[in-house]
Design a protein around this ligand. Sequence first.
Ligand SMILES: [Zn+2]
Length: 56
Amino acid sequence: MSTKKERTRQRKKMGKGSRICVRCGTHQAIIRSYGLYMCRRCFREKAENLGFRKYN
Ligand SMILES: [Zn+2]
């Protein structure tokens, strides 16, 4: 019981839930690089505005 609780705690502290997308609020595929803290979907939209370009 206590072990389970600790595990959940640690997971919350260190896991995906620690960061969420500042734009849409998801915790999936967050990009912390460049100090963006956005999910890859929002990043993709925002990236164009920021001057990032896809080279393919
Ligand atoms: Zn997002």
